[in-house]
Write a protein that binds this ligand. Structure first.
Ligand SMILES: Cc1cc2nc3c(=O)[nH]c(=O)nc-3n(C[C@H](O)[C@H](O)[C@H](O)COP(=O)(O)OP(=O)(O)OC[C@H]3O[C@@H](n4cnc5c(N)ncnc54)[C@H](O)[C@@H]3O)c2cc1C
Length: 475
């Protein structure tokens, strides 16, 4: 690396939040550089051929309801920079052991129609919040204060503060509707009998109806590449293989925005902070980790339930009780025999992902933070349960445990992909309770990663909001 210039702002890390911060600063006339420690940009949004030639796998994020709905990303001309969103026929399917699946369709009515006697209850739950979807998405641009949170604004707001299990049990009598809600809520990494797990069930369902759950053609790397290309058009510079180990590694600049986890921020810049801020960073809590397997397949997954063939994402975990039990086991430090699995089958809808007739599959389950347990067999057995014959199609697999993930991206502490636990206490006050969560006690040093509000997921809003704060300082 040779970064010899002087900048208005330097961003450490090229994840979606780092790139978003750089873009917001650059489009407001600031001279910016991004320093990425790895040889490829994108952080959690990278793709590569990691199994066999011609099979493109998403190494981190795969499905992007948040990225597609993000008001910041929507304000950027990313399509002019190569991004093409693909919408699968249906966002999500959740199969059960009876050979049928609950399907989250774009239409609330069509989804409800598949839920039998829970149809009316589903419509009553989702119609108000989906009608509010604009405001739900706008939560990303609002100040991250509690009162302006979308789910507090939305008519279903109070419900979102409940736990998913009791809410689903009180609203639905059938396993299809209960399972569908449980799977979405389990994206929270929270126990489903703990608040605010219901928030994630409501938010992801509403985003599915209002925006869809699309993914970028060619892999999630295409989103990072489009952000980088737009940044370059604004004059922003990006340097790869440029790890920042201390603040001294940063070239002359007025502001530094760190797209890193609190533990990494402490390593890099701890000496510049007050004792109080340092101990806040040390106390920051990380959530469970993930165990991930990418498969190259000789054909499409032979799902028993027809609905699964139309969905980009499939949630494997059976009934509400089973999903809730598995997530509770993970939170106790155990590894469930039948884990809840998030699976994406992008190649069914994007032929660029695999050679003709072949397919890619992206799958992960939750495990205790820092787990060293190999979940490969349990993940394969769970897929086989709903798709007999799946194992016979495996041409190659690539496994990543929590330590592999952290080696790949130092932000994934113990395999936590959300930048920290997202319970009520830490969702709104990450990385710690402060009037301005993006600033630090050190003048000109900011944090812009998913360890700030609004938290994990590919939406760029942490970066955008941190950049707005830095712009006030730079003005
Ligand atoms: C397996 C997996 C599956 C996921 N699935 C989804 C999904 O389907 N949908 C979704 O919306 N989200 C998903 N996510 C979450 C999503 O990827 C993250 O929330 C998002 O990438 C966070 O963005 P970020 O910019 O805050 O940080 P990151 O994406 O983690 O980027 C941080 C960057 O900073 C770099 N860096 C760190 N330290 C330094 C340093 N000292 N010097 C220089 N560079 C440094 C890292 O190398 C990295 O490139 C998934 C994540 C993983 C890992």
């Amino acid at each position: 690396m040779s970064v010899s210039s002087t900048y208005d702002a330097v961003i450490v890390g090229s994840g979606p939040n780092g790139l978003a911060a750089a873009i917001e600063l650059a489009r407001n006339g600031q001279r910016v550089a991004v320093l990425e420690g790895r040889s490829t940009i994108g952080g959690g949004t990278r793709s590569a051929e990691i199994t066999l030639p011609g099979f493109v796998h998403d190494l981190g994020s795969a499905i992007h309801p948040l990225g597609f709905a993000s008001p910041f990303f929507r304000s950027l001309p990313l399509e002019d920079h190569g991004l093409e969103w693909i919408h699968p026929d249906a966002p999500l399917a959740h199969p059960l052991d009876d050979g049928e699946a609950a399907v989250l369709e774009r239409s609330i009515g069509a989804t409800a129609a598949g839920l039998g006697f829970d149809a009316a209850a589903y419509r009553r739950l989702m119609e108000p919040i989906s009608a509010d979807a604009g405001r739900v998405a706008n939560f990303f641009v609002g100040k991250p204060s509690f009162i302006r949170h979308p789910l507090a604004l939305a008519s279903s707001g109070i419900r979102s503060l409940r736990d998913a299990k009791s809410l689903a049990e009180s609203l639905f009598g059938g396993e299809k509707a209960r399972g569908l809600f449980a799977g979405n809520a389990a994206h929270s990494f929270l126990r489903l009998d703990r608040p605010p797990s219901a928030m994630f069930g409501l938010l992801l369902g509403a985003l599915g109806h209002a925006f869809g759950w699309p993914f970028p053609r060619g892999g999630s790397q295409a989103l990072a590449d489009a952000l980088a290309s737009y940044l370059a058009s604004l004059g922003g510079e990006i340097y790869t293989d440029a790890p920042v180990l201390t603040v001294g590694d940063v070239p002359p600049t007025r502001a530094v925005l760190f797209d890193v986890a609190p533990r990494r921020l402490l390593d890099i810049a701890g000496e510049h902070f007050t004792e109080g801020y340092r101990s806040g960073l040390k106390r920051y809590r990380y959530g469970p980790g993930v165990f991930k397997v990418d498969f190259a397949l000789d054909g499409p997954i032979p799902w028993e339930a027809e609905g699964c063939n139309r969905a980009g994402t499939v949630h494997l975990g059976g009934t509400l009780d089973e999903v809730a039990g598995g997530e509770a086991a993970v939170s106790r430090g155990e590894h469930p025999e039948r884990p809840f699995i998030l699976l994406a089958q992008q190649s069914l809808f994007d032929p660029t992902r695999a050679p003709e007739g072949k397919h890619t599959v992206w799958a992960y389950c939750h495990v205790p933070n820092g787990s060293t347990f190999d979940m490969t067999g349990r993940i394969e057995a769970q897929i086989e349960r709903f798709a007999p014959g799946f194992k016979d199609l495996i041409l190659a697999r690539k496994v990543a445990g929590t330590a592999d993930l952290e080696r790949w991206n130092p932000n994934l502490i113990g395999g936590d992909i959300n930048g920290g636990y997202m319970d009520l206490r830490q969702l709104f006050t990450r990385p710690m309770p402060r009037l301005n969560p993006y600033s630090t006690p050190a003048d000109g040093l900011y944090i812009c990663s998913s360890s700030t509000p609004p938290g994990g997921g590919v939406h760029g809003m942490c970066g955008y909001l941190a950049a707005r704060v830095a712009l006030r300082y730079l003005a």
